[in-house]
Design a protein around this ligand. Structure first.
Ligand SMILES: C[S@@+](CC[C@H](N)C(=O)[O-])C[C@H]1O[C@@H](n2cnc3c(N)ncnc32)[C@H](O)[C@@H]1O
Length: 314
């Protein structure tokens, strides 16, 4: 089936990379076409749940049809939404009027406030694309770190945390390791997407707080006091934001910590698995045994940029 994603436009390349990573992580075969802030994904699945994972999607839709005129689209759109008690068309006002009028003429009831079906129309290539909105529960703002029982200023915004998990090509059912888990921001997003969560932190307070925060969302994981440079195991993916300054208990300079952890991390993953890290933007990362698949600079605020590294174990 075909799906349409309307990206939020917050970043020039991250939203596309995230979509492609989720498709790969969920083993969905797809041809994806991009048009400005839209992605049209022709997939081998009729299950839209993968779309609910996307941090950088503003809206997601089921593709209904494309045509040179609104009149040519009215039939396929009607067939798709005829069971709905009411509908609304979103798009340029002339489009809303014309397509809304045609569908109303077929006997459908307009409801601008809370329609059962919402049809979005985009102008594309001299014609129109029509798509039916899917209910997507985002809820990032309500999940912000300050609303959790255990908060530290180092906690990551849920949207970014989710993007890290997604860029690591995770599939539901995978086990994700955050070796510097802190308050659990990344593991909460992994858990909410149906993944197993393993977290390590050298600080016992963080470990306790992480367990508490996961519990707040009905989640649990294997969270333990451990040094990321010593921890052992085999995981499907790693997603993490290590300490940025001289924050390590081991009094490591951050760059030394990153290098040592990268060397250690290869043994925690099978070949072909991914690790996604967020670091200060000016740090080099020498990660032997990994290939770099993506680098994204993300502006946190005016004077602070972080760099996301997507690495694949080779
Ligand atoms: C930037 S914070 C992680 C924030 C986390 N993503 C969150 O949402 O709260 C980095 C964490 O790494 C932990 N840490 C520092 N050195 C470590 C080490 N060698 N092994 C494991 N954890 C370490 C710190 O205690 C801190 O909680």
């Amino acid at each position: 089936m075909k799906w349409v994603v309307h990206f939020s436009g917050e970043h020039p390349s991250l939203p596309r990379a995230e979509l492609e990573a989720v498709l790969e992580g969920e083993s969905i075969r797809a041809d994806v076409e991009y048009a400005g802030r839209l992605a049209i994904a022709d997939t081998d699945t009729d299950d839209p749940s993968f779309l609910g994972r996307l941090a950088y999607a503003l809206k997601c839709y089921e593709w209904l049809g494309e045509g040179p005129s609104l009149d040519s689209l009215a039939g396929p759109v009607y067939d798709a939404i005829s069971d709905a008690e009411s509908f609304r068309v979103s798009g340029p006002s002339a489009v809303q009027e014309r397509l809304g009028g045609l569908l109303h003429g077929f006997g459908l009831k307009v409801d601008l406030k809370s329609p059962q079906a919402e049809v979005a129309v985009y102008e594309r290539g001299g014609g129109y694309l029509a798509a039916a909105a899917l209910p997507v529960a985002r809820g990032y703002e309500g999940r912000r770190a300050q609303y959790r029982p255990f908060f530290r200023p180092t906690s990551m915004h849920p949207k970014l945390a989710r993007a890290l998990v997604n860029l690591a090509r995770t599939g539901s059912g995978d086990t994700v390791l955050d070796p510097f888990c802190g308050t659990g921001g990344i593991l909460i997003e992994a858990g909410l997407m149906g993944m197993g969560a393993v977290g390590w932190d050298v600080d016992p307070n963080m470990v306790e707080g992480c367990v508490q925060n996961l519990g707040e969302y009905g989640l649990s994981g294997e969270i333990s006091v451990a040094d990321a440079l010593m921890g052992e195991g085999r995981f499907d993916a790693i997603a993490t934001d290590p300490p940025y300054g001289r924050a390590s208990r081991a009094s490591e300079e951050a760059s030394g910590l990153y290098r040592k952890f990268a060397a250690r991390a290869r043994g925690l993953l099978d070949g072909g698995a991914y690790m996604c890290l967020m670091l200060p933007h000016d740090r080099r990362l020498d990660a032997e045994g990994f290939g770099v698949c993506g680098v994204f600079d993300v502006r946190m605020h005016r004077s602070l940029t972080r760099r996301i590294w997507v690495l694949k174990a080779i």
